[in-house]
Design a protein around this ligand. Structure first.
Ligand SMILES: Cc1cc2nc3c(=O)[nH]c(=O)nc-3n(C[C@H](O)[C@H](O)[C@H](O)COP(=O)(O)OP(=O)(O)OC[C@H]3O[C@@H](n4cnc5c(N)ncnc54)[C@H](O)[C@@H]3O)c2cc1C
Length: 401
């Protein structure tokens, strides 16, 4: 008999998993439950849009493997489905000699991860790639690209429906229960009936810890939301940057740092910074979600993380409080943009898993609990990796006894 699969979450990962099931098992019944009225309303449409080439990730880890495979699959998907893809290239720039050992470590990782065509640039060579950028040395990844993951998600949603899958919108799942190899999906709204499935994959992004824990999986790691603010720079100055200019990441703070990101629609943005968000889904930054705040304030991991990362957090806070400081951070790399005018763009909010000892979980975490599979951590490069995460879940995790 044909198996019935449920996917919880219509972000790029949930949709990719649903598509992969339909590709591998064309007779399967696949239903995606999404709490919003559209696909990709959260992280999948609030990100930098970069197809990461795999520079930073620990060789041998899931991120390294699935990012490389995912980048190839995203490129192929865009080509085959007429979705815009721009191989604009990226430089990771060291501003002083102190940063060189860290830059060299990234270069070595990129070689170990077999990132195509990466090379080091001298100070003089940086200008050949990014004429307005300064630095003592840079790592150049010409194959790093940009896309709209929101547009890809919409294409995948269309494909799922063409292949016979169903996407049910406005349906928030509260928890799952499994008995005698049948999984019941329970909905938050009591009016909605419960349905049973053979397999369920939860891909709930910012809500992933809650859905997993409510369904009997372990309580940690917990999601702690970190927002990232972007600014769009004045149209007249956007040609000062050709592609993507990134700092050497601060090892004390686990995010990539404020960078210049060319957008697939031609805009040039600066961002994202990284600071605790007073709500998992409050993109305007003006509203507070008390239960989300309560969740992280009562988590001992959050306090341990905060005490270890105070100096980096204060630096980030200065970019939150002042647009001038924000732009100044980025203009260290492109001095001609020191006084550029900018307008705020929508924030992104990262679903970052944190252990109870305060460490941020670096690698992807995908856990199997009976016939339920949970994505518990899929931060950046989670969108780049989405089609490969889907292959991994359907072909390796779900089949694992
Ligand atoms: C600021 C920022 C910049 C980033 N930049 C990049 C980048 O340049 N490149 C890259 O590769 N990655 C990047 N990422 C990471 C990338 O965006 C994520 O890894 C990816 O989008 C995760 O997709 P997802 O489907 O797992 O989660 P999401 O897109 O968050 O989707 C989860 C979905 O689940 C739904 N949901 C949640 N709970 C329930 C429930 N109970 N019932 C039903 N539905 C539910 C939500 O409504 C949502 O639609 C960035 C992320 C951020 C925040």
């Amino acid at each position: 008999m044909n198996k019935h699969y449920a996917i919880i979450g219509g972000g790029i990962n949930g949709l990719s998993v649903a598509r992969q099931i339909l590709l591998d098992f064309p007779e399967a019944k696949v239903t995606v439950f999404e709490k919003e009225n559209k696909v990709a309303m959260h992280q999948s449409s609030h990100n930098s849009g970069v197809v990461h080439a795999g520079l930073y990730y620990e060789p041998g880890g899931l991120k390294a493997r699935l990012c490389r495979r995912g980048a190839e699959l995203v490129q192929q998907y865009c080509l085959e489905n007429d979705v815009a893809y721009d191989e604009c290239g990226k430089v990771v720039v060291a501003l002083d000699k102190e940063e060189l050992p860290r830059l060299d470590a990234i270069y070595k990782k990129s070689l170990a991860n077999k990132v195509p065509d990466v090379r080091m640039l001298t100070a003089g060579e940086i200008a050949e790639v990014e004429p307005n950028c300064i630095g003592v040395s840079a790592l150049y990844s010409p194959r790093t690209a940009i896309v709209s993951y929101g547009a890809i998600a919409e294409k995948i949603a269309e494909e799922i429906q063409r292949k016979g899958g169903t996407i049910v919108f406005g349906r928030k799942v509260s928890n799952l229960t499994e008995q005698l190899n049948k999984i019941t999906v329970h909905f938050a709204d009591q009016d909605h009936y419960e349905t049973t499935f053979d397999y369920v994959v939860t891909c709930a992004g910012l809500q992933s810890d809650r859905l997993a824990a409510n369904s009997g999986d372990i309580a940690t790691p917990k999601i702690v939301p970190f927002f990232g603010q972007y600014y769009v720079i004045d149209e007249n100055f956007k040609s000062h940057v050709k592609g993507l200019i990134y700092p050497v990441p601060d090892p004390k703070y686990p995010f990539l740092g404020v960078h210049f990101t060319k957008r697939i629609d031609g805009q040039m943005t600066i961002g994202p910074n990284a600071f605790i968000s007073f709500g998992r889904e409050n993109y305007d930054g003006k509203t507070f979600n008390l239960s989300d705040i309560y969740d992280f304030l009562t988590y001992k991991g959050f306090w341990k993380f905060s005490s270890k990362n105070m100096s980096a957090a204060l630096r980030e806070l200065s970019t939150v409080m002042s647009q001038t400081n924000f732009v100044a951070e980025a203009a260290k790399y492109v001095p001609s943009l020191e006084n550029v005018s900018c307008v705020p763009a929508t924030r992104g909010i990262r679903a970052q898993a944190m252990e109870s000892d305060g460490s941020l979980v670096d690698d992807f975490v995908i856990r199997k609990q009976g016939n339920i599979t949970h994505i518990r951590n899929a931060p950046s490069p989670g969108a780049t990796s989405s089609l490969a995460i889907a292959e991994y879940i359907v072909r390796e995790v779900m089949t694992h006894k």
